[in-house]
Ligand binder design. Structure first.
Ligand code: MG
Length: 315
């Protein structure tokens, strides 16, 4: 999935009606009038496909019998397109033969309502489909979140990093990557207990999130290590941002160990114009800089610029 779009909870679900008959549009709209829903319409399969891609509706109501791209074609197109594959489709059709229904379900529809229909039944089925979709989306989101810190988890990072790396190469925009590691974290766990350790991880994660800008992507890499993807950011700017994070952490006061502060070592790499470096190379390079930060005494930021070809200007 490229560029995951999470609908905010405050946004009303969007239903896209695809039917060549204007009277059907009026009926559909009447069935959900007064509900907290937004409705968009298309009167052909072709237009429906375009609107499904652009609007990313939460549900498509699809007529089967349309001239040109019919409902079967559109269902196939929706399910073969990575950007529309996960949108649930409720088929509404005059065709009521079992073979037709089976074919529609085989193609990936979630429900089938036969025309003519009761408005209240259609409304009920629309709401069931939206509820299921909402739960699926919530599960998908939870599977990407680290339970302790609330940051994105490692598996999300792995996928997102490849996407951002590819995107930067395509667009020629700057990109940076930062590995952030808590210094002597084991000591905190050993001296003050694991719940104190958890408090530090959560506190640092919250501070990182507050310090970053909209569009930066902080993840928990594992253990006491975080990784931040910084799209549209040159390494020198990434280094400044990471320096802020480092400095803020140093000055945080911890309730359970007021005399023992916590410091961070950070390794940054990136470039103004992404060249041929494989995405794994970036990770190795950022990790190497993190190691340098550790070996030079911890509580510092080390940065390198990948340039277009070789690595240059380490600082
Ligand atoms: Mg029709």
């Amino acid at each position: 999935m490229i560029n995951p779009v999470f609908h905010s909870d405050s946004e009303e679900p969007l239903v896209l009606i695809v039917d060549d008959c204007p009277a059907s549009h009026r009926l559909f709209r009447a069935s959900v009038a007064g509900d907290a829903l937004r409705v968009e319409g298309a009167t052909s399969g072709k237009d429906g496909m375009i609107k499904a891609e652009v609007f990313q509706p939460d549900l498509v109501l699809l007529d089967l019998n349309m001239p040109g791209v019919d409902g079967f074609d559109m269902l196939r197109l929706l399910k073969n397109n990575a950007n529309t594959r996960d949108i649930p489709v409720l088929v509404v059709s005059g065709a009521s033969r079992p073979q037709e229904k089976v074919r529609v379900f085989d193609l990936g529809a979630v429900d089938f309502v036969v025309k003519p229909f009761e408005l209240s039944e259609l409304r009920a089925r629309i709401h069931v489909a939206l509820r299921t979709q909402g739960l699926l989306r919530m599960l998908a989101q939870r599977a990407q979140i680290d339970g302790l810190t609330g940051l994105f988890n490692r598996s999300y990072f792995d996928q997102r990093w490849r996407e951002e790396h590819q995107r930067a190469i395509r667009s020629g925009q700057p990109l940076s990557l930062a590995f952030v590691d808590l210094d002597k974290f084991k000591e905190i766990n050993d001296t003050f207990g694991h719940s104190a350790g958890d408090e530090v991880l959560t506190g640092v994660a919250t501070m990182i999130q507050k310090t970053l800008r909209v569009g930066d992507i902080p993840c928990r890499f594992g253990g006491e290590e975080f990784v931040i993807i910084l799209p549209d950011t040159a390494p020198k700017h990434a280094a400044l941002l990471c320096e802020r994070i480092r400095s803020q952490c140093e000055h945080m006061v911890w309730a359970r160990h007021t005399d023992r502060n916590v410091t961070l070592s950070i390794g940054v790499t990136g470039t103004e114009s992404p060249g041929p470096h494989a995405s794994e190379k970036w990770i190795e390079e950022a990790d190497r800089n993190l190691y340098r930060a550790k070996s030079e005494g911890r509580n510092r930021v080390k940065t390198s610029d990948l340039g277009r070809g070789g690595i240059k200007a380490a600082s």
